[in-house]
Design a protein around this ligand. Structure first.
Ligand SMILES: Cc1cc2nc3c(=O)[nH]c(=O)nc-3n(C[C@H](O)[C@H](O)[C@H](O)COP(=O)(O)OP(=O)(O)OC[C@H]3O[C@@H](n4cnc5c(N)ncnc54)[C@H](O)[C@@H]3O)c2cc1C
Length: 474
């Protein structure tokens, strides 16, 4: 019997497994594919994800595998410089191949003691008061106390739960792949530069020696499970660019749609959903993987608390209460970005107007903070603006704040030097540091780095420690 079975070893599942292992939870990850994915698409890790990786001491391992770019130009691909004053020590975008980040996260989870079984597709789920029975495609049955479906946009777990997944079906589809071209580079560059002015869903650019990355709108909407053919690419390139650039020798070919959907519920009893299993949207702005990893970060310590027996009554339900509004916001901003990328005259006019507005630094910063998820404020009730927000990696006397969060515990950052975490010291660290770069006396941080309390009164602090970390140990 495992404590938690996770369906799917994509970025969300791997991150969740690692977070659970920080709290000694027995985790089994079941992955349908026998081999890791081979689609070498580059994904962008945004500021908040980089911060989470720094909080767990992972970022230094990951940085050498990616390329840092300015935190700019993501919103509807409107080319603007990075806004000033982004309040983060990690104010850049890290472009990294998705298979690489998946492998690094899976290795991290395995290194912490998670078991991963490949070639195991979850096919059935039944739950009772004690736990969940998971049936694999070959009929094997496994038992755990909780199950989390991190099994992607076509999630089997979600379908088995029968949870509603309302939203809009795909209206457009895009072909994406890597292949060689049969014309000189200068000719490609000249043709592409002109087309990109109006065709924001098209690109053709070098992706290594002799290989181009090709993204081109598909003709209609088909069954996304079927990969496109080289002939599909040729036809669509001719339709958009007037030439197929002599494409040949594809490395891989794929398609994606712009369906936008969000689950009604993130939890049904002992079964939860995270990542693409809970929300899908077009990849514009590059937020899906980031959103999933951040779901996992929010859920990990709460599910661990439930399993270790110290979770306050409603803690696990705060997962949906906090993360569903964040996903709603991401869905909305991708809808907006898709409209802005249409080649219709009206949409182009709105795009030109927004392009002008983004010259106001505050507008630019607002949009970048939205996409990079550093603008998130969870609703923890009335209080100062910092309450519910994440704390940046501020300087503390031992160096940097995030260096103190590697073990996934809570932290009392105390400039007054007179407070205590008392009976919660098994779960919450205490740093008395009058020099900490804070402009409030004291903050209580949750294991995900969000500010759960601000103040200087011991009784008030104890009430908030109970709220987030349960009853004190005797
Ligand atoms: C073209 C494109 C570009 C993108 N660019 C970005 C970007 O720049 N930034 C960004 O943040 N996001 C980006 N995304 C989105 C990102 O790829 C996804 O949001 C991300 O992969 C979701 O991670 P996940 O772990 O939730 O799901 P997935 O990555 O889909 O992983 C799910 C896993 O579950 C497994 N599985 C499925 N069914 C079962 C089953 N029944 N049993 C067991 N295992 C199962 C699958 O094999 C898979 O390994 C992009 C997407 C596309 C299409």
């Amino acid at each position: 019997m495992f404590d938690v079975i996770i369906a799917g070893c994509g970025p969300t599942g791997a991150m969740l497994a690692a977070e659970l292992r920080l709290h000694d939870v027995r985790v089994l990850v079941l992955e349908k594919e026998t081999e890791p994915t081979s689609f070498v698409r580059i994904v962008g890790l945004h500021i908040r994800s980089l911060e989470l990786l720094a909080m767990r001491g992972l970022l230094d391992r990951i940085l050498p595998h990616g390329r840092q770019r300015p935190a700019a130009g993501f919103f509807a691909a409107i080319p603007k410089p990075a806004p000033t004053g982004l309040d983060s020590a990690y104010a850049y975008l890290l472009g990294i191949p998705q298979p690489v980040i998946e492998r690094l996260l899976a290795d991290h989870a395995i290194g912490l003691g998670a078991q991963v079984r490949r070639g195991c597709a979850v096919a059935g789920v039944e739950q009772d008061d004690e736990g969940v029975t998971v049936e694999l495609a070959d009929g094997e049955q496994l038992r755990s106390r909780y199950l989390v479906g991190c099994d992607g946009g076509r999630s089997t777990v979600r379908k088995l739960l029968g949870v509603g997944f309302p939203g809009e079906p795909a209206r457009t589809e895009t072909l994406m792949g890597e292949m060689a071209v049969g014309v000189p580079q200068e000719e490609v560059a000249a043709r592409v530069a002109g087309l990109r002015e109006t065709h924001h869903r098209f690109w053709l650019r070098p992706a290594g020696v002799g290989v181009y990355s090709v993204v081109v709108p598909a003709r209609g909407v088909s069954d996304r499970a079927t990969p496109p053919t080289l002939e599909d690419f040729r036809q669509q390139l001719r339709a958009v660019a007037g030439t197929d650039f002599g494409v040949h020798s594809p490395r891989w070919m794929s398609r994606f749609g712009d369906a936008t959907r969000l689950v009604d519920r993130y939890r049904v009893g002992r079964v939860l959903l995270a990542g693409d299993a809970a929300h899908i949207h077009p990849p514009i702005g590059g937020q899906g993987l980031n959103l999933g990893v951040q779901d996992a970060f929010n859920l990990g310590w709460k599910l661990a608390a439930q399993i270790r027996g110290w979770a306050p009554e409603t803690l696990l339900d705060t997962y949906q209460a906090e993360r569903r509004p964040v996903a709603e916001d991401v869905l909305d901003n991708t809808r907006a970005q898709m409209e802005l990328s249409s080649s219709e005259p009206g949409a182009q006019a709105v795009r030109r107007l927004l392009t002008e507005l983004m010259d106001f630094d505050e507008v630019n910063r607002h949009l970048i903070e939205k996409i990079t998820a550093i603008g998130i404020r969870y609703d923890f009730g009335a209080g100062p603006d910092l309450l519910g927000r994440r704390l940046p990696d501020i300087d503390v006397k031992q160096g940097h704040l995030y260096g103190l969060l590697h073990r996934g515990r809570g932290l009392l950052l105390d400039r007054t030097e007179r407070l205590t975490v008392g009976g919660w010291s098994d779960l919450v660290d205490h740093l008395a540091d009058p020099t900490a770069a804070l402009d409030v006396p004291c903050v209580l941080l949750r294991p995900d780095g969000h500010v759960a309390w601000i103040g200087d009164d011991q009784q008030d602090l104890d009430d908030h420690l109970s709220r987030w970390f349960g009853k004190p140990a005797n």
